[in-house]
Write a protein that binds this ligand. Structure first.
Ligand SMILES: [Zn+2]
Length: 398
């Protein structure tokens, strides 16, 4: 557990870890914790060991407060021969992040950010979100008994508001441009000592590394060819890439999988820039998709995602609304009910196989980022039916 600094993902300028820094003061690009070059998995009993304890040699904490864990991480990686067969690839593995305490991958980074906040003596945390991050930060704030400030868009529907409110945070509906709230929250947080564990906060990104760590262990360190990540702000993809990078440098894996960023065509600023060969994202002017959880018109880590894809021979892919709904149905046929945003990854696999980018020999991991019950309105897009029958006729009916 070494003390690390923060380093700019773009220009390399360094910063103290124990201060609130999110973005570079020189180039405004996101920061990350300096990469770990060595470390071991602390092998223990996963029935009693927490995620952070198992991988603590890859986290910049001298001490960990394990009592703050809600049992995040250690999510299943399930092979799906039928989805692989449908896609025409060698194997599809589903990393089911809906098994986390608030039903999405966000819990990993919320815990990691919370540990960082407490290490710095900060007792007020918060986030800007209308999706998976808000309930996650609210849950961990409740667990730690901290004042927790959740900023949401004023137009947030009640079915999204209530699952945040149940954790009793300070829930503030903000009128105004949602895209600007991210930057405004960082400025307010710096002035008032509030740690906003936003989408690409460096220590939230650290939490997402554990997705990669677990995939390595679950595949017995035999790396897949590709890992497909539904991508919004870019923090989760950054964490997953960093996790593979660190295990590679530590000698725990012999090669790194390539990363694919998957977005909905209705909001695909990263894909549009990638397709043009650019390294700067441009704001999506009219975002609209059923995959609300990844509907971010100006991803704060978009440029860094583009740098990662370029350096690691990755790829970006966008998929239509129809393809997302179809992929949601195909995953459910296999027993996985995920939110539309989480179905974007498998939809991307189908498209990239159609295009010939993915080949029959490829082994692909798809990150199922969040659970289906988070957005039941999407069920209206499916033709679901039930039969009705009087009890006395039931035996004959069946
Ligand atoms: Zn910089």
């Amino acid at each position: 557990m070494l003390e690390k600094g923060l380093v700019c993902t773009n220009c390399g300028r360094t910063y103290e870890l124990n201060q609130l820094h999110y973005r570079c003061e020189s180039c405004a690009e996101p920061l990350e914790v300096e990469a770990f070059e060595s470390g071991e998995i602390i092998r223990g009993n996963p029935m009693t060991q927490s995620m952070l304890m198992r991988y603590r040699e890859f986290f910049p904490f001298k001490t960990l407060d394990d009592s703050l864990s809600l049992g995040e991480g250690f999510t299943p990686l399930t092979a799906s021969p039928s989805l692989a067969s449908r896609a025409g690839v060698s194997q599809v593995y589903l990393k089911n992040e809906s098994q986390n305490p608030t039903w999405s991958f966000k819990d990993r980074g919320s815990l990691s950010g919370l540990q960082h906040a407490l290490k710095m003596g900060i007792t007020r945390i918060g986030t800007v979100s209308t999706g998976n991050m808000a309930p996650s930060v609210a849950a961990y704030g409740a667990r730690a008994k901290l004042e927790t400030i959740i900023l949401v868009n004023e137009n947030i529907p009640v079915e999204k508001l209530a699952p945040i409110g149940i954790y009793s945070p300070r829930l503030i509906k903000v009128a105004g441009d949602y895209g600007s709230m991210y930057y405004e929250s960082l400025a307010i947080g710096a002035r008032q000592g509030i740690y906003f564990i936003n989408s690409d906060a460096p220590l939230r990104v650290e939490g997402s590394k554990t997705i990669a760590f677990e995939i390595c262990e679950q595949l017995n360190f035999e790396m897949p060819d590709y890992v497909v990540v539904p991508t919004s702000a870019g923090g989760n993809l950054r964490g997953i890439e960093k996790g593979f990078r660190e295990f590679f440098r530590a000698g725990l894996i012999s090669r790194r999988p390539k990363i694919i960023a998957a977005q909905a065509a209705g909001c695909a600023p990263i894909v549009k820039a990638f397709d043009k060969g650019e390294l700067l994202v441009t704001r999506e002017e009219h975002p609209h998709t059923i995959a609300h959880a990844i509907e971010n018109p100006l991803p704060p880590s978009g440029n860094q995602v583009l740098r990662i894809l370029k350096a690691g021979e990755g790829r970006a892919v966008s998929v239509t609304e129809e393809a997302i709904i179809d992929a949601q149905a195909r995953l459910a046929e296999e027993g996985f009910f995920v939110q539309p945003a989480a179905a974007v990854g498998y939809a991307g696999v189908l498209k990239l196989r159609d295009e010939g980018f993915l080949e029959a020999s490829h082994r692909v991991v798809v990150i199922l980022t969040g659970g289906g019950l988070k957005y039941t309105a999407a069920l209206e897009e499916h033709r679901l039916s039930a039969e009705t029958c009087p009890l006395e006729k039931l035996a004959e009916w069946i």
